[in-house]
Design a protein around this ligand. Structure first.
Ligand code: AMP
Length: 550
């Protein structure tokens, strides 16, 4: 029997049309620092996205072609998010925190011809242009000195001039196949060259529906969402698309991502949902402890991108009445992979053991744990293996291998097509995932595995510790042992012995680090996670001052 249902493509153009029409009065508010915030309705943003599509067509942008953005979280970036895929081109968000040589590599690999850039980021882009032969057009929006672009080879356009005069109410949107490329994002590339993940219209659409599901982030027209996660990090976790679908107003922080302006904008604009990496929330906590602000508008604060220390979740709840919800995902998973809401009926103390896990997968994401020998492990809460996932918004390959075709490296994709996440953990019988480490961060000590995340979580629960990262370092006797790298709070008097005694009450003796290093700050990756590769390198190069306890 054949299905009798219509087969309507799930496209970003649908999301644009729906948000602009049905939720036209919802708002995209962009923070401007000291000045009045910039406010645009979804109807205006939709109209301007339509104008942008016309403008990009005048630059010769063709179907399937990437259009790069080097932009903060702001209304113009939302316009590009909607316009570029809707016209059949591919939105390529560039991570503005990558080292210059990686940015050059990525732009050349993607062969970007058009780059949309914020004026404040011209000092970053301009010096790269001589190395970017593929770039023909630079389109600048927002404040910032333009002089860095004097005499550059590509044509320079002002965003506002380029879109002005084009119709805001119609565009010949092409009939797209929902499996066509819509957006391109390169992984942060901690090992080897960055890898491009190409999202389809279908994957973005389905992912946005899941973000809006009540079991996930449950966005509604009554809400205001503050994506602190940058728009170059996995499509801002799908929040702009989800917001346009649900009619949820967006509060965009632009380049004001420091704890003080974040606290100010939350107090004055009253978002109900926010999302970012734990280091952002760690910074906000310290800011609020020092100078409290009214945070009562926030019903949910989503923490993802790296393990959220339970002590951070508890501190937010106890000291500021804020609920942090942990989610797990990757560039390859669009990113929503799991969310940690407790099982029905549990609250308070009973809920904590579940809330501090990485959570449960939504229906569209299937998970399995694979042991070192390739065997699929039981969900018993004890058997630890590498997490593999599959689903309609999970990558099946990377963009452009040596022959230009998508490629599927064996260490990233199983023979039967599942994504090898590189994350190691357990799953309990109720389906809650607990990650103990990245496979490459696990500390292999004398045949036993030590979880760096567990040690970090305990250390960060110490009242005098601001940040703590634990990495494996070579050890003659044990193969590897943990090195604890700690940032103490300003007035701290606790020494290594004190920290070790604190840990000793919480983990087995053989797991206690002998090597300790105090630093002013833990190095972070381009998306704000602890950069363990950099720490291991600093240790190997003898740059860290290390104390060894007997
Ligand atoms: P990226 O693609 O750069 O966002 O990195 C994805 C990786 O971040 C995952 O494979 C995990 O190792 C890590 N990650 C993301 N969310 C979490 C989380 N809630 N807990 C622990 N690790 C996480």
């Amino acid at each position: 029997m054949q299905s009798t249902m219509q087969d309507v493509p799930l496209t970003v153009a649908r999301i644009l049309a729906h948000g602009a029409r049905i939720h036209g009065s919802a708002q995209v508010t962009t923070w401007t620092g000291d000045g009045a915030p910039q406010r645009r309705s979804f109807a205006e943003v939709g109209g301007r996205a339509t104008q942008l599509a016309h403008a990009l067509r005048t630059l010769g942008v063709a179907e399937g072609e990437p259009v790069a953005t080097l932009m903060w979280n702001n209304a113009e970036h939302v316009e590009a998010y909607l316009a570029v895929p809707s016209m059949g081109a591919v939105l390529h968000t560039l991570n503005l925190r990558l080292p210059p040589e990686q940015l050059v590599w990525i732009v050349r690999h993607a062969a970007d011809r058009v780059v949309l850039v914020n004026g404040s980021l011209l000092p970053l882009l301009a010096p790269l242009l001589p190395h970017l032969d593929c770039v023909e057009h630079v389109v600048v929006s927002g404040p910032g000195d333009r002089s860095a672009l004097a005499g550059v080879r590509p044509q320079v356009h002002e965003y506002e001039d380029l879109v002005a005069g084009h119709p805001a109410d119609h565009y010949p949107w092409p009939e797209l196949d929902e499996r066509q490329a819509a957006a391109l994002c390169y992984t942060s590339g901690t090992t080897g060259d960055p890898k491009g993940v190409v999202y389809s219209h279908r994957s973005i659409y389905l992912h946005a529906m899941e973000v809006n599901a009540a079991a996930s982030f449950g966005l509604t027209p009554a809400e205001v969402c503050l994506p602190v996660v940058p728009m170059f990090h996995v499509n801002a976790w799908g929040l702009p698309h989800a917001a346009f679908m649900a009619g949820t107003s967006l509060l965009m922080p632009d380049r004001f991502l420091q704890p003080a302006p974040l606290a100010d904008m939350i107090e004055s604009e009253r978002p109900t949902v926010s999302a970012g990496v734990p280091t952002i929330w760690q910074g906000l906590l310290a800011e609020l402890d020092a100078r409290p602000r009214d945070m009562t508008s926030l019903r949910t604060v989503i923490s993802g991108g790296s393990a959220c220390p339970p002590s951070l979740m508890k501190a937010f709840e106890e000291r500021h009445g804020l609920t942090l919800v942990q989610a797990w995902g990757m560039t390859e998973t669009s990113p929503l992979g799991s969310v940690a809401f407790p099982p029905a009926g549990l609250s308070g103390e009973e809920a904590w053991p579940y809330r501090i896990t990485q959570g449960r997968m939504p229906a569209s994401v299937e998970a399995r744990l694979v042991g070192p020998g390739g065997d699929v492990l039981p969900w018993d809460g004890r058997s630890a293996g590498e997490l593999e996932v599959r689903g309609p918004w999970i990558a099946a390959a990377y963009h452009g291998g040596a022959d230009g075709e998508p490629h599927r490296p064996e260490d990233k994709f199983s023979g039967d097509g599942w994504l090898r996440t590189g994350d190691v953990g357990t799953i309990c019988p109720e389906g809650f995932l607990t990650l103990t480490d990245r496979a490459k961060d696990v500390i292999k000590s004398g045949g036993e595995w030590i979880s760096s995340v567990e040690l970090e979580n305990h250390l960060m629960a110490h009242p005098e510790v601001a940040e703590a990262a634990v990495v494996a370092v070579p050890d003659e006797k044990w193969g590897e042992r943990p090195l604890a790298v700690v940032v103490l709070k300003d007035d701290s008097a606790v020494g290594y012995e004190g920290l070790r005694a604190f840990l000793g009450e919480r983990v087995a003796r053989w797991q206690l680090p002998e090597r300790w290093s105090l630093v002013a700050t833990v190095p972070k990756t381009s998306v704000g996670k602890f950069d363990k590769k950099a720490l291991r390198r600093s240790y190997a190069d003898g740059e860290l001052v290390v104390t060894t306890l007997g």
